[in-house]
Design a protein around this ligand. Structure first.
Ligand SMILES: Nc1ncnc2c1ncn2[C@@H]1O[C@H](COP(=O)(O)OP(=O)(O)OP(=O)(O)O)[C@@H](O)[C@H]1O
Length: 247
């Protein structure tokens, strides 16, 4: 992405971001609340039109040739807008068919995804009745069904239990090993440090550091480096009233 910018009224959410994600990398995007991660990822995946700048995925301009570009992208958006009056099985089926897969392929891939994500019990229930973590899992499965070259995942592990998260990480690691590219945002510093080979730190709509994990964190943990870049910890002063209980 080059010179990517987005403003909402007076608020500059993303300010001329340049970022290059190598093919086959496991790329983490970190940043404090409101830093511009979701806005950036939405522009990258063709969901939110940038004010300026370009996004190219495997040589295809996402905003000039959206249909072609989107064929190679799988998206887990932040605000999940799923067709939640469908069952999990139906959602997977329609996701596959809308991506142009034939019926037999969709059925086969759905079965594989249901097993891999451990959602066998829920697959015939309406998605609207799923827990937050289950909803993430079915949305992630739906994002993968057309075997895209690039997966862009906004907070994929939020609300997902640790065992399921470990399974998902393994699925994503195998995907990257076979040549796929993953870009994900997360607040889980330990997780990003452990799993990602590249990372970008976004603060106030700017990229403050980016590159390989070792380049960005140096001798520090990613969490310490992140806190340093994000402006340090806030002292918990002026909250004495919280310790004088009202009863
Ligand atoms: N649709 C919108 N209208 C107005 N302001 C918006 C809109 N979307 C985002 N913003 C603002 O843009 C800034 C960046 O928001 P964004 O959601 O990209 O941050 P984020 O890094 O994903 O945050 P978080 O970690 O809390 O999810 C914030 O100040 C936010 O309030």
């Amino acid at each position: 992405m080059t010179g990517l910018s987005k403003r909402f009224g007076d608020k500059v959410a993303v300010d001329a971001i340049d970022l290059s994600v190598p093919t086959g990398s496991f790329y983490g995007i970190v940043g404090p609340n409101g830093a511009g991660k979701t806005t950036t990822l939405s522009m990258v995946t063709g969901l939110l039109r940038p004010d300026s700048g370009t996004v190219t995925v495997h040589g295809i301009d996402v905003w000039k040739e959206p249909e072609r570009a989107k064929r190679s992208i799988g998206v887990l958006p932040d605000a999940l807008k799923l067709f939640d009056r469908l069952t999990g099985a139906q959602l997977l089926y329609y996701s596959g068919v809308l991506r142009g897969l034939d019926r037999d392929t969709v059925v086969k891939r759905s079965a594989d995804l249901v097993t891999a994500f451990g959602i066998d019990d829920a697959v015939n229930r309406l998605v609207t009745d799923y827990s937050a973590g289950m909803t993430k899992k079915i949305a992630l499965a739906a994002a993968m069904i057309h075997s895209p070259r690039l997966l862009v995942l906004d907070e994929p592990f939020e609300s997902v239990d640790p065992v399921s998260a470990a399974n998902l990480i393994e699925i994503l690691q195998r995907y990257v090993e076979s040549g796929g590219t993953v870009v994900l945002s997360s607040h889980g510093m330990d997780f990003i440090q452990r799993v990602c080979d590249h990372v970008a730190v976004i603060v106030g709509g700017h990229v403050l550091a980016s590159g390989t994990m070792d380049e960005v964190r140096g001798e520090q943990t990613l969490e310490d480096r992140f806190v340093e870049l994000a402006g340090g910890r806030k002292a918990a002063e002026g909250m004495e009233w919280l310790h004088s209980f009202s009863d």
